[in-house]
Ligand binder design. Sequence first.
Ligand code: FPP
Length: 249
Amino acid sequence: MPDKTSIHPQIDETNVPRHIAIIMDGNGRWAKQKGMPRVLGHRSGVKSVREVTQAAAELGVRYLTLYAFSTENWNRPPAEVIALMNLLVDTIKGEIAELNKNGVRLLAIGDIEALPKHTFQALKEGMELTKNNTSINLVLALNYSAKWEILHAARVLAQKAIDGLLQPDEIDEAAFESALTTHGIPDPELLIRTSGETRISNFLLWQIAYAELYFTPVFWPDFGKQELIKAIQNFQNRERRFGKTSEQL
Ligand code: FPP
């Protein structure tokens, strides 16, 4: 049982997920419920990003991956896409000094080079500034979809084979992982989705093979430290068998 000296009284610090991935959903519905425009929901969502990143670092999580913009999100009304891109740039620029001070290392997954120039630039500068930090890795999934990532990896490996650098039978899990945009990042043990939806929506399909899934009805702007603790507690009460029987564990 966790004792008084533990990082949080209700959390077993020996069993905190090393990597938590989150599908931040419900910004629009949160805003609608309050009679506000959707973009204000996204703005409130940034507060949750800040609080959850800080809490995750305090609790000892090493990687936090946030699904900030999917390849499918380009299909939203153009004004919302522009607002989201601007919000991303403003958030990265506005928060980066504080993130850096707190030892956060910013990383990104997805087709980031295809993002609007100002978004890509802000991201690149943020990653460069924080590259030697060691507190928590904040991984933003931007212009990301798992099917895109898997196809991209297949193309990279096919090209290597054509170039004579790789034999088809050398394509094992490690070789495949090395061609994913998440290479070097351990797989998430816990995947959280907010807002009551119980879908994966093309997120980290390869990497969540053994992740525990946690769905909560709470909209993302209302998801803070206490909600994160609840999700971790729920994770800690699960039996992770990886294909074995209970008795073998
Ligand atoms: C989903 O809510 C949310 C998004 C598609 C965008 C998430 C972006 C942020 C929280 C802001 C920027 C983030 C970072 C990391 C700086 P939704 O719009 O799909 O909500 P709905 O399902 O209720 O319509």
